[in-house]
Design a protein. Structure first.
Length: 286
């Protein structure tokens, strides 16, 4: 029986690969890569000639059974386009299927944009949470941020350049002007690490380009428990964005650390309150 090696690869600089990773990539019978073109450049750099097949979100359903069949007699390495497979990249599905089929999994640790950005941020590192990519839709994105509003741990997430400014604007609105570290193009030629507040980051990145990893400060541990008015105001805001009762209650309960039963009671009160009537405009005399 074969083994699936989950191999971390560089997030930018091709020299950021371990000796063990290179050896494993040379010794396995097959490499399943998210982007074969990117991986081929890496393999050429380090003299690896192992056969490549693609494994990505478009073909994973078809490819997974094929790779499991190969594992019956051969070792396979799984790599993403950059960093550690499965971390906001394809890989989890194959790993889970491999475990379910009874094959061995061997992780080969290495580069990670999450840890790299966290270390460079200057923000607390003893505890942190990772949100991956925030939702694309504005309402869903704000609800995700609301759920983290009272999270005391440092928070890390990825963002694309074309949503970067909108996300920072949402952060300011939902979380306030917190300390933030914006890491752009980590380990690459034009690497940039910005430290400041969300408003300062917005002023700095007028035309965002490249790949972003964002780290921001958790809620102050000295922050007071939210009042009923604050919880109601957040529910009102989410209701105005069209959130369902289930989504709004879950987000507010998690974000404020409040009991779901109490949050749901407030939601029912809001739902029973008719919207204010608009005053009719008086027509001016003709």
């Amino acid at each position: 029986m074969g083994t699936l090696f989950v191999v971390a690869t560089p997030i930018g600089n091709l020299e950021d690969i371990t000796l063990r990773a290179v050896r494993v990539l040379q010794e396995v019978n097959l490499i399943a890569a998210e982007d074969t073109r990117t991986t081929r450049v890496l393999l050429r750099k380090h003299g690896v000639s192992t056969r490549l097949v693609s494994y990505n979100e478009h073909n994973m359903r078809r490819r997974t059974p094929e790779l499991l069949a190969t594992l019956a007699s051969s070792d396979i390495a799984l790599v993403s386009e950059a960093g550690t497979p499965g971390v906001s990249d394809p890989g989890h599905e194959l790993i889970a299927a491999t475990i379910a089929a009874g094959f061995a999994i061997v992780p080969i640790p290495g580069p990670s944009a999450v840890v790299t950005a966290l270390v460079a941020s200057g923000l607390p590192m003893r505890q942190f949470i990772f949100l991956g990519f925030l939702p694309r839709r504005a309402g869903e994105r704000r609800r995700a941020l609301s759920a983290a509003a009272h999270e005391p741990r440092t928070i890390v997430f990825f963002e694309s350049p074309h949503r970067f400014r909108r996300t920072l604007e949402d952060m300011q609105e939902v979380l306030g002007d917190r300390r933030i570290s914006v890491c752009r193009e980590l380990t690459k030629t034009f690497e940039e690490i910005f430290r400041g507040n969300a408003s300062e980051a917005l002023a700095h990145f007028q035309e965002p380009r490249g790949e972003f990893t964002i780290v921001f400060d958790g809620a102050s541990p000295d922050a007071q428990s939210p009042s009923g008015a604050e919880v109601r105001a957040e529910l009102e805001r989410l209701r105005a964005y069209g959130a369902t009762a289930k989504d709004a209650v879950a987000a507010v309960a998690a974000g404020f650390g409040s009991p779901k039963r109490e949050v749901y009671r407030l939601w029912l009160e809001l739902a029973a309150t008719p919207p204010p009537r608009r005053k009719a405009r008086r027509r001016s005399a003709q």
